[in-house]
Design a protein around this ligand. Structure first.
Ligand code: URA
Length: 271
């Protein structure tokens, strides 16, 4: 019997072909996803699966023949939770988020990349999946593969703890570039507090992804292009964005190319 297409992502397991991918790159921005699947150097371009709700998905393959799904999470944890749930239902077992981020540490500058080793997850959607205390831990094999990939590519990469929050403006303590200059008392000074806790960066999807990985039993990691130095201001640095994004994508692809998939899958319950 033909399988129904998943409601939100717009494709089914059958649409993934004879050798369906077990690994996916997950981007917030559909343009980044499309670029990886259809136009990125070192990727054998594939086909479009769906663009439902603007959530572009496509299949492609690496030069070593490994099939790869490229999918879009949309912005934030709620959308991410829906897409990730359906990706697991169509057979995906390894997910690397390739995103963008703002650094809150002086030594992590815009233009570099940040690989997450764990996340402080301040995200409402995650509370529907696991208790607040549940660890948002990145898969060690996927993470180490990305650290090594960055080293081999000569990409300046930092490994750190990420703060995943629900809002770009209030939750990341932006007031100068926000329509809302009034921050709740509990968010006033939060960036300085996180800096003191050795948290490296802000973003909006990783914590929930990592908690889902723990609960569902798949492997997940996260690499982000640093496009904002929150130690010096609030504005995105557009002059470094495209190079840093390319570096983050190359780090993720390089990691997948050398990854021992059997080893990764053997260590996650439920795969
Ligand atoms: N994404 C975020 O969530 N924050 C930033 O500062 C940059 C990208």
């Amino acid at each position: 019997m033909k399988q129904a297409k998943k409601y939100h992502i717009g494709f089914s397991r059958e649409d993934l072909g004879q050798t369906p991918p077990v690994a996916a790159l997950l981007c917030g921005d559909p343009d980044r996803t499309r670029r990886i699947a259809l136009h990125f150097p070192g990727v054998v371009p594939g086909t479009v699966l769906s663009e439902k709700r603007g959530l572009f998905s496509g299949v492609c393959s690496l030069e070593n023949g490994m099939p790869l799904l490229c999918a879009t999470s949309g912005m934030g944890a709620s959308s991410t939770s829906i897409v990730v749930n359906e990706l697991v239902q169509v057979g995906i077992r390894i997910i690397i988020r390739v995103g963008t981020t703002g650094s809150i540490q002086d030594h992590i500058r815009a233009g570099s990349v940040l690989i997450t080793k764990a996340a402080l997850c301040r995200q409402g959607a995650s509370l529907d999946i696991a208790p607040v205390e549940y660890p948002a831990a990145a898969d060690p094999f996927v993470t180490l593969a990305m650290v090594r990939s960055a080293r081999d590519l000569g990409v300046l990469a930092h490994l750190g703890i990420t703060a995943s929050v629900d809002t770009f403006f209030e939750g990341q303590e932006r007031t100068l570039t926000s329509a809302n200059p009034r921050l709740l008392r509990l968010l006033q000074g939060v960036t300085e507090e996180y800096r003191g806790l050795n948290i490296a960066n802000y973003e909006m999807e990783c914590g929930t992804l990592l908690k889902m990985a723990g609960v569902y039993g798949f492997a997940a990691g996260c690499v982000c292009a640093v496009i904002d130095d929150r130690s010096t201001g609030e504005e995105i640095d557009l002059s470094v964005k495209s190079r840093a994004e390319n570096d983050a994508i190359r780090v993720a692809l390089g990691a997948l190319e050398v990854m021992d998939l059997g080893e990764v899958l053997a260590h996650c319950r439920g795969c």
